[in-house]
Write a protein that binds this ligand. Sequence first.
Ligand code: BEZ
Length: 213
Amino acid sequence: MATIRLGDVAPNFTAESSEGTIHFHEWLGDSWGILFSHPADYTPVCTTELGTVAKYSEEFKKRNVKVVALSVDGLESHKGWIKDINETQNTTVNFPIIADEDKKVSELYDMIHPNADSNLTVRSVFIIDPDKKVKLMITYPASTGRNFDELLRVIDSLQLTAYHKVATPANWQSGDDCVVSPSIATADIPSHFSKGFKEIKPYLRMTPQPDLK
Ligand code: BEZ
């Protein structure tokens, strides 16, 4: 297992899932991707997480993001559990869940942290851009369900900063002012940002979110 770092190409793999065989890079195509692991099927926190992801499908679609989940449980387990998720979370799971029984993908992505649990995956999240580069990695413990609003917020920031010379400040939400990239000299800001800017310090310049009308 090689260490994965931000900016690396997301390791490719072929795996069985609840929606058939996935050749990961081919499956991603030109989309952004979220690959996330959960400890086990038929567990309460995971049930709420996968239900939440299903309910957010329009939000992911709007952002051109494909989502795939993973645990070390088998296909039959996934298929039975999906019925429970749909029933209890009042939704329809419409994304694949990888059945990583041989732990091939979990090991490739270092999703098993032996000092937390020697057999089960932790709650790993990888956000991958259309060039297949890893843009975010977060690891949550089994006892803490993820905040999927935060993942949408990060995707909004990643998609904005991929095309505009801005960064997003603490607690930024889409629509808030952005930080002008330090690579732009203050004298050059007007030629990049037509909506103006505010210089709070020479290194801290704010501008309205550039892609909004
Ligand atoms: C859960 O999804 O509820 C869970 C899974 C593993 C350990 C603790 C909680």
